[in-house]
Design a binder for this molecule. Structure first.
Ligand code: ACM
Length: 265
């Protein structure tokens, strides 16, 4: 099976949703792929200083500006997209990502492991790690940024049948990109980490994002890694069915050899 998967790395401007969506549209409008993963909080930026700022940029998951643009692009380009956004829900605001399909269907993941001051702005996710069908019925598992440091995140998605992990990120710590090689290897899944780039300032606070978005195969090998600074889209062809093979040797299988009775929860 041939499936074109992509990553889109760019520098959002803080709280300039319209401008950021225009930028994503211009980066993506002529790119043909089956699935493209975009960064965490891609339309809003990341470094908030108050709850009011977060309330102002939070969006409805079905008809907010991000959902509206990506439903249009998904139909126009016959592509599925995964994109991070601040989700305005009835009981609060979540740091979420949405899978948007060419048939206009939308599936939501709410970030489980909030990082640092995100705990001041967002509710901890309550969706758990779910696998959704993207274009061509490919099974895509969603996780967001700091979820990477908990191996249970990728493991849960793999056990739920994910073929590709769509990992939207705004990374500032230096370890994730290398760690994701192991997440792919230990679970036998492809991973697409789409990180943002650039420095973001808000008052006295500043963050420097690490870029280096990447696509990794089921054996933990880097298919492509961007540099720290580029703003670009990369697409490669993979066979998602490779993730069905969990054998490591003829005696060893990633799932069947697990000794859950000896593990702690
Ligand atoms: C992060 O979870 N955005 C570092």
């Amino acid at each position: 099976m041939r499936f074109k998967v992509g990553i889109c790395q760019f520098k959002p401007e803080l709280m300039r949703i319209e401008k950021n969506l225009e930028k994503m549209e211009s980066l993506l409008e002529s790119v043909l792929a089956d699935l493209i993963v975009l960064p965490e909080l891609a339309a809003s930026g990341y470094l908030f200083n108050s709850k009011e700022e977060v309330i102002n940029i939070a969006e409805d998951s079905n008809n907010g500006p991000t959902a509206t643009l990506f439903q249009k692009l998904a139909k126009q380009n016959n592509t599925s997209y995964v994109i991070g956004f601040a989700e305005k829900a009835e009981n609060g605001i979540y740091n979420s990502s949405m899978l948007v399909n060419p048939d206009a269907s939308i599936y939501i993941y709410r970030k489980t492991h909030l990082f640092y001051e995100e705990k001041k702005w967002f509710k901890a996710g309550d969706t758990g790690f779910k696998v959704f069908r993207a274009k061509n019925n490919v099974k895509v598992g969603l996780m967001i940024c700091f979820d990477w440091i908990f191996p249970e995140s990728a493991r849960s998605l793999a056990l739920a049948g994910a073929q590709i992990i769509a990992h939207s990120a705004n990374l500032v710590l230096p370890w994730c990109q290398q760690a994701m090689l192991t997440r792919s290897l230990e679970n036998g899944v492809f991973s697409a980490t789409s990180n943002r780039t650039g420095k973001e300032r808000n008052g006295d606070n500043v963050l420097d994002f690490t870029g280096m978005s990447q696509i990794v195969d089921t054996k933990g090998q880097i298919i492509h890694r961007m540099n720290k600074f580029e703003e670009s889209v990369f697409v490669t062809e993979i066979n998602p069915l490779k993730s069905e093979d969990k054998n490591i040797t003829e005696f060893n299988n990633l799932f069947l050899d697990r000794r859950t009775e000896l593990y702690r929860s």
